[in-house]
Write a protein that binds this ligand. Structure first.
Ligand code: AMP
Length: 459
């Protein structure tokens, strides 16, 4: 199972896990080109998970890390791997030696971005492999030879079955957000891939997960080489620098209160989360009608459009992004000053992931939740999960701004062929498998895994 021989590594952290104030990277005896890449990317000192995991990784050990996105876990696995690659003098890109498995396209892209940043002086060929776009382009890049692949399971399996991705050369394996891979129904896919890799004694494996429960532990037992567990689970489950506030109001007044908040709050970049795609569309329409710089993303949007909007938001060209949970996980968008939960989410973990979009890597941020009659039943479960009450703020009458813009009417949308409006390569809609199981990025706006009754669709 997981080795737990170092009790110090289990201790609850004394400092915020996302603060980069620990051991300097310069203390690790890293190759100069890697150190330079870290420096150029603004990494000088370790976050807690980096401080714990990097020495183990550098020593060639398998690591099972319990850490949320936002704690710096990506560099925690990239640094030891890059250290090795930088020292392999006769290395040539081929069947990749590094495979990083991620549950979503967004996370795969984010990992790729961090890898390109940190590894900028290493002369590595790196590729993100995921569904929805560029089937042929990704295949050609794989055939040409790459060093590192960050992949979602669906497209990876497709390429493995076609003989385009050769798993035999994998020397470093990372399973990122393992619990999320399980939540999204990827466990069989993950096992299928892992069974085809070189044996665990012949590779170094690292796994990261927000929680290391029994499901994840089972994978570590079966497919890893006695990994050492490192944990940086914060005292509270939320990012410590997020100020949380909650307003109670009726469902019919929520838009008016949101308009008031956007007037009152000193925001620079805002993410607004809703439980349904319909409300994403409605809010985007209304905010625009009030002259606010908003765009919406939901699972319905094609991948290229979604990526383009994310990019605009990241660069600060777009100031307000309205989204369902699909955008809540695995994204690193700097300087989001405010997260607004227009709806209390059905799944408590989604609350934590949503508000984790602000106050990243030591910054401060604010998360405001609007609790209405429609979704108030979700609140006790969120607060139970947080083991804390969200502080309630009362809104004065003048916080509710009038809305005299035209009514939102849902546009007619013809039924689509498959996801992203494309047919799968094999002619079936929806690409590989065609079954009803969720794949990366396909998560419905509101999950059905929850332990309690909930209102359907709505809003
Ligand atoms: P992660 O948990 O790996 O998704 O990291 C979140 C973000 O924190 C990354 O995209 C980096 O921009 C930032 N970050 C991580 N580690 C450090 C560090 N040691 N110093 C500065 N920024 C960091």
């Amino acid at each position: 199972m997981i080795k737990e021989d170092n009790p110090e590594l289990q201790a609850t952290p004394q400092r915020p896990p996302e603060a980069p104030v620990g051991v300097p990277f310069a203390d690790f005896n890293l190759p100069p080109e890697l150190l330079q890449g870290l420096h150029d990317s603004g990494y000088e000192r370790c976050t807690l998970i980096q401080e714990k995991a990097i020495p183990l990784g550098l020593a060639g050990k398998d690591v099972a890390g319990e850490a949320q996105t936002g704690t710096g876990k990506t560099a925690a696995f990239l640094v030891p791997i890059f250290d090795r690659l930088a020292r392999e003098k006769d290395r040539r890109p081929g069947g990749p030696s590094v495979l990083i498995i991620s549950p979503t396209r967004e996370l795969a892209l984010q990992i790729m971005q961090d890898a390109e940043d940190i590894g900028r002086h290493l002369d590595l060929k790196m590729l993100a492999v995921f569904g929805g776009v560029d089937y042929r382009k990704q295949a050609e890049a794989l055939r040409d030879g790459v060093d590192l692949v960050a992949a979602t399971p669906g497209r990876l399996i497709d390429y493995m079955k076609q003989g385009i991705f050769d798993p035999r050369g994998v020397k470093y394996l990372v399973i990122d957000e393992a619990d999320r891979l399980f939540d999204m129904g990827f466990v069989d896919d993950l096992r299928w891939v892992l069974r085809r890799l070189p044996k665990y004694q012949q590779r170094q494996s690292m796994l990261f997960s927000a929680t290391l429960g029994w499901r994840v532990s089972e994978i570590t037992y079966e497919f890893m080489n006695l990994p050492t567990r490192v944990s940086v689970v914060p005292n509270t489950k939320t990012v410590s620098q997020v100020t949380q506030e909650m307003y109670h109001c009726s469902a019919t007044e929520k838009l008016n209160l949101l308009l008031g908040l956007l007037k009152k709050e000193d925001w620079s970049r805002v993410m607004i989360f809703t439980n349904t795609k319909r409300v994403v569309d409605m809010l985007t329409f209304k905010l625009k009608a009030h002259g606010l710089p908003a765009e919406g993303i939901s699972g319905d949007l094609t991948q290229p459009k979604r990526m383009a909007l994310m990019e605009q938001f990241k660069k600060g060209k777009l100031k307000i992004l309205v989204a369902t949970n699909v955008a809540a996980r695995g994204l690193h968008i700097e300087d989001v000053s405010h997260v607004i939960n227009f709806d209390v989410p059905a799944d408590p973990e989604d609350y934590v992931h949503r508000i984790g979009r602000t106050a990243r890597a030591g910054a401060v941020g604010k998360a405001i939740t609007l609790c209405c009659d429609e979704y108030a039943t979700h609140l006790p479960y969120v607060e139970e999960y947080l083991a804390a009450k969200i502080p309630v703020v009362f809104a004065d009458e003048d916080m509710f701004l009038p809305d005299d813009t035209p009514n939102y009417r849902r546009p007619y949308r013809p039924a689509r062929e498959g996801r992203d409006g494309q047919r799968g390569r094999d002619g079936r809609s929806g690409g590989r498998g065609g079954g009803g199981r969720p794949r990366s990025g396909d998560k419905p706006a509101s999950r059905s895994r929850s332990r309690r009754p909930r209102k359907s669709g709505g809003a």
